[in-house]
Write a protein that binds this ligand. Structure first.
Ligand code: PEP
Ligand code: MN
Length: 338
């Protein structure tokens, strides 16, 4: 349920509504919008009677939210969510470009890639310290050592860090370094992890699971918002289909569909989406054309010798070409790259 109030509703009116909500074991979430203050209500909302709220002071309207997901829905919040970080905003006019290697491999590697990306004007560096791998024998990341290197490289080149968390116990460590914390495709439905990242305020990049529907993705995002963290960025990174000519099938349909049903920003990962180096750039451009708020792209100074996902990592040179094209394309879809 959603209760709409005047933007200038006095605190005592808001408190009276929230107390009434809590009495029925439901949880109120204040969602400031452009023209209204909304109180989104989650929990056993069937206990609530609309008429009990409709005539309370400052109330403009009471709306039942029909979708399974509530706080992430456009019904709850009509205007796009803008996620603010020290390194730039996500979900506004600026197209967010996150680039970097799949994994942090060594000091030399991460510094070389970061230096070149910083020279181009990239604001966010990606790099996994904890890596979820299909095989337990594959390189699983430098872990704490990787986080230390990310911290050093961040300070050296003033880049926002995007890195993955795999388990609740490492959230505090990852959170010290990350400006955006990634929840990977394999953990999209790790509900304990979603609950825990919901309790911090760092932006969360939530990647779509390999066999998750768009509704599943939005329901997973709902877990994070329900705990109080409204800073969620969704990511389309390809799904498993019967098609075997590419690693995954990048479902760009998800972009306009998410935009219709949710106020959260969505970015596209063409690297995992197609999985083949020389086909990443066209799909990256297609992602922009589809209306994405940004891209996350794997880039490596020596992809043929990368410890993970080398086959889909762009060389620095390929990335620069793509970046220049992205700058030209962005204005066509009302975006810009500064
Ligand atoms: C990654 O970003 O390197 C990664 C493991 O992504 P995904 O979870 O989408 O497979
Ligand atoms: Mn990867």
């Amino acid at each position: 349920m959603l209760i709409l109030l005047n933007l200038d509703a006095p605190r005592k009116d808001i408190d009276a509504i929230e107390q009434k909500v809590k009495k029925q074991n439901c949880t109120p979430h204040e969602i400031p919008g452009e023209s209204n203050l909304a109180i989104g209500i989650t929990g056993p909302t069937h206990n609530l009677v609309e008429g009990d709220f409709r005539f309370m002071n400052s109330v403009l309207d009471v709306v039942r939210v029909s979708k399974k997901y509530k706080l992430v829905s456009r019904q709850m919040k009509a205007n796009d969510t803008l996620i603010k970080t020290k390194y730039g905003e996500i979900g506004g006019k600026e197209l967010t470009i996150i680039a970097g290697p799949c994994s942090v491999e060594s000091r030399d590697q991460i510094f070389r890639v970061a230096e070149e990306l910083a020279k181009l004007g990239i604001k966010f560096l990606r790099g996994g310290a904890y890596k979820p791998r299909s095989s337990p024998y594959a390189f699983r990341g430098l872990k704490e050592e990787g986080l230390k290197l990310l911290d050093e490289v961040k300070k050296e080149f003033n880049l926002g860090i995007v890195t993955e968390v795999l388990s609740p116990d490492t959230i505090p460590l990852v959170n010290e370094v990350a400006d955006i914390i990634q929840i990977g495709a394999r953990n999209m439905q790790n509900f304990t992890l979603l609950d825990e990242v919901g309790k911090i305020s760092t932006p969360i990049l939530l990647k779509r699971g390999l066999s998750a529907t768009v509704e599943d993705l939005l329901l997973s995002a709902e877990y994070i918002l329900a705990q109080g963290n409204f800073n969620v960025i969704l990511c389309e990174r390809g799904i498993r289909t019967f098609e075997t000519s590419t690693r995954n099938t990048l479902d760009l349909n998800a972009v306009p569909v998410v935009k219709k049903h949710s106020h959260l920003p969505i970015i596209v990962d063409p690297s995992h989406g197609i999985g083949i180096r020389d086909k990443v750039s066209p799909m990256a451009l297609a992602g922009i054309a589809a209306g994405a708020d940004g891209l996350i792209i794997e880039v490596h100074h020596d992809p043929d010798n990368a410890l993970s996902d080398g086959n889909q990592s762009l060389t620095l040179n390929q990335f620069e070409h793509l970046y220049n094209k992205a700058k030209l394309l962005a204005p066509i879809v009302d975006k810009e790259i500064n």
